[in-house]
Design a protein around this ligand. Sequence first.
Ligand code: HSE
Length: 436
Amino acid sequence: MKPISVGLVGLGTVAQGTLNVLANNREELARRIGREIQITHIGARSDRDGVDLSGIRVSRELMDVAEDPEIDVFVELIGGCDFARELIEVAIDSGKHVVTANKALVAEYGNDLFEKAQQKGVTIAFEASVAGGIPVIKTLREGLAANQISWLAGIINGTGNFILTEMRDKGRDFADVLKEAQVLGYAEADPTFDVEGIDAAHKLCILASIAFGIPLNFDAVYRQGISTIDLMDLDYAEELGYRIKHLGIARRTAEGVEMRVHPTLISETQLLANVNGVMNAIQIHGDAVGSTLLYGPGAGSLPTASAVVADLIDVARALTVDLTNRVPHLAFQPTHLDDVSILPIIETLCPFYVRLSVRDEVGVLALITRTLADHGVSLESVIQKDGVEGEPVALILLTHTVRERDVLSALAKIEQQIFVVGKTVVLRCEMLGDTV
Ligand code: HSE
């Protein structure tokens, strides 16, 4: 059978990994697909030392690749939204299938791009856009297709997980670990994408759409990063039997869908709590399968290339499949996507961790617990940390499951009291049980 001709734009870490995987596993891949995959055209603005491109046409103008009539599949590995989108649109218009690792592009423009691809009869594959080498999109879209997914929760930003792990294990501060993550090449070009939860929100948006069959809606994802996490709270959480992880959570409720990315306390006995360093993991709960957990490298040259090449194989196989029988981009038929409402964060129901800084005086605890009770907030545990005489003390509260709106109203009232003397910290907890 005639080889599949691939054009690739970008010559960074993932592109180089893709070239390596295709070269190292050439025969094995041909055995799987029944034909060879050949990179015939690369678009890169400059050469890279040590990258052998002999026998491949190289263009400095990336658009030349998108327009090349000789290629069957266009692989976009440049990142960013504007130009990447333009290139992909041109590739689709000229009848090419597309493979991309670009989570921002899929999360923010995927609805339009998928519609365009559908009209043109081509496929856009994007496994590498979420959790690097972990085949989570394929798992959700195909392996778990029998299930109604009720929730998923994932550590989907390796940089954030690395920072929290180092802070907890070694007592290092945030800024110091972030610098190391940048040197190690984990962080995005703009590290605020990692530490402020934007990268995780892009990935969660994609996962939620595929899990529940809803249109992509990046703007509706609530996001909170880890840049304000204090070492003190990692220690207090530990005393309570919890770890703080930066989680992306999507949950289907009777009122709508929750999509949120934030630091979260989870029991130290949960598998997710023990996913450390730069690793990613996603726990998915389906009505038939129960809970499943996928674990692996969420970034890196070869792991991400593993996903890119798997997509190339899928596309190669799809070339001979009738359009109406292909796996839909967002797992559900485009005409059957459910435009459900996305719940505002204040509607979230979960237990809360609260750290108050208060004067150590008679009646303070009584007033706090009474105010919480008045708002229907019940407590699971309370710890008062011994302080220095005359100095404020930390009061750590763990609530039972309550609505966020109620806990915030109670705290607003408590913070008006003269005995509250510092910033209050509020973090959500998750049980990750049958109902999260
Ligand atoms: N910067 C991302 C992370 C890697 O730290 O997980 C690719 O998505």
